[in-house]
Write a protein that binds this ligand. Structure first.
Ligand code: GDP
Length: 420
């Protein structure tokens, strides 16, 4: 009898006739089509960089309604919000449940130091939800809401990455497949795009940030390998988004943006890298993105979390660590949490006191202003009375009209003053 280990060295045998397992890929294909696919993509970048437009352009659907531009003095939210939109889309009988996680508010504040935090929390809570399902007794159908790709929109400044970009990528690169794109690249010339891309790549390498690269496998055909290498060369993709169709000078109808000097075509590789981004994200590497999320990113998170919970792995056997040490560690964690909460409360208190002080100062200034106003009005009234007195004393009686006029002025001022 063959031992279990014999499989590794299994000899190649020739078949004497058709057996049928060559049909396995078709079986997998049919099953996947029946089940449908899911994909969750996050978009991050300051408002107005074209995130919703690009998502609509990528999936060729109005996933996002046209956004209302808020009036200039409208109250803005004070934190980064996380919003997700899902849609069931279908192409040639293949169904895809697409979820887009938007992060409005990112980078929009005066102080953006912690803009990355709600985003990391959101990604981790999705990992936690998956881990919780895996730990259930019945785990027949796992719902995968993990973020499979994060498109990070870089402002088309033409300089280099800003501190907020670096901070965000550093915090996120080991939790999500990062896909940096240069937003609104139609605002830069070809040369500017080339040098900007190089600087962005240098910054990414300098800060040891890992971004998603389409993997190149040796056993694939030459054409696929060449395509993948071409995709890699375009990173960070310089994109242009538009869900409008426009007529070109040569009579074609294209998705693009019209300028006095011509039309920038979204789907034209000579104009921007939109096609390459779509190729990687949807047409060739969606499954790779999901696999890397599961096998590398989630796996890292899961094992770190289990280790933090006191579970260690010893040659594939899980065993509990010393309970006393575990309790001490738990207590330390709890105390650290309490200290953090206390700190946060202190900060909130200080902020509230500062706000109250500012309000009091403003009321004080208003009172002073009112006081000055009243004093000036009284002074004016006093001068007028003095003047009247002088006239009376000098024996020049006022004419009846003058008397009436000055009486009316005095009562008007008094009344006005009292009303105030
Ligand atoms: P979001 O706030 O990041 O979702 O940005 P929107 O998608 O709402 O776009 C903001 C504005 O930029 C809109 O007026 C879009 O028409 C415009 N826009 C979107 N994509 C591009 C682009 O690639 N180039 C240029 N020049 N403008 C764009």
């Amino acid at each position: 009898m063959a031992s279990n280990g014999a499989a590794a060295g299994a000899a190649r045998k020739k078949l004497n006739g058709y057996v049928g397992f060559a049909n396995l890929p078709n079986q997998v294909h049919r099953k996947s089509v029946r089940k449908g696919f899911t994909f969750t993509c996050m978009v991050v970048g300051e408002s107005g960089l074209g995130k919703s437009t690009l998502i609509n352009t990528l999936f060729n659907t109005r996933l996002y309604a046209r956004k209302e531009v808020p009036p200039p003095h409208a109250e803005r939210p004070k934190t980064v919000a996380i919003e997700s939109i899902s849609a069931d889309i279908e192409e040639n009988g293949v169904r895809l449940k697409l979820t887009v996680v938007d992060t409005p508010g990112f980078g929009d504040f005066i102080n953006n130091d912690d803009s990355w935090k709600p985003i990391v929390d959101n990604i981790e809570s999705r990992f936690d939800a998956y881990l919780e399902q895996e730990n259930r007794v019945n785990r027949a159908k796992l719902l995968d809401n993990r973020v499979h790709a994060c498109i990070y929109f870089i402002q088309p400044t033409g300089h280099s990455l800003r501190p907020i970009d670096i901070e965000f990528m550093r915090r996120l690169h080991q939790k999500v497949n990062l896909i940096p794109v240069i937003a609104k690249s139609d605002t830069l010339t070809d040369d500017e795009i080339l040098s900007f891309k190089q600087r962005v790549l240098n910054d990414i390498a300098h800060h040891r940030i890992e971004i998603f690269h389409a993997p190149v496998y040796d056993n694939e055909d030459e054409e696929t390998i060449a395509e993948n290498e071409e995709i890699i060369r375009k990173i960070p993709f310089a994109v242009v988004g538009s869900d409008q169709e426009i007529d070109t000078a040569d009579g074609r109808r294209v998705r693009g943006r019209a300028y006095p000097w011509g039309v920038i075509e979204v789907d034209n590789e000579a104009h921007c890298d939109f096609v390459k981004l779509r190729q990687m994200l949807i047409r060739s590497h969606m499954e790779e993105l999901k696999e890397h999320t599961h096998d590398a990113l989630y796996e890292k998170y899961r094992s770190e979390k289990l280790v933090a919970m006191g579970v260690t792995q010893d040659q594939s056997v899980f065993k509990e660590v010393n309970p006393a040490a575990k309790m001490a560690e738990d207590r330390a964690l709890h105390e650290a949490k309490l200290a953090k909460m206390e700190n946060e409360m202190k900060l909130v208190f200080q902020q509230k006191v500062a706000e109250k002080e500012a309000k009091l100062k403003q009321s004080e200034e208003e009172l002073y202003a009112r006081h000055r106003e009243m004093r000036d009005a009284l002074e004016k009234q006093r001068m007028e009375l003095e003047d009247k007195k002088r006239r009376l004393e000098s024996g020049r009686p006022l004419t009846p009209e003058k008397q009436n006029q000055s009486y009316q002025q005095a009562t008007k001022k008094k009344g006005g003053f009292l009303r105030n």
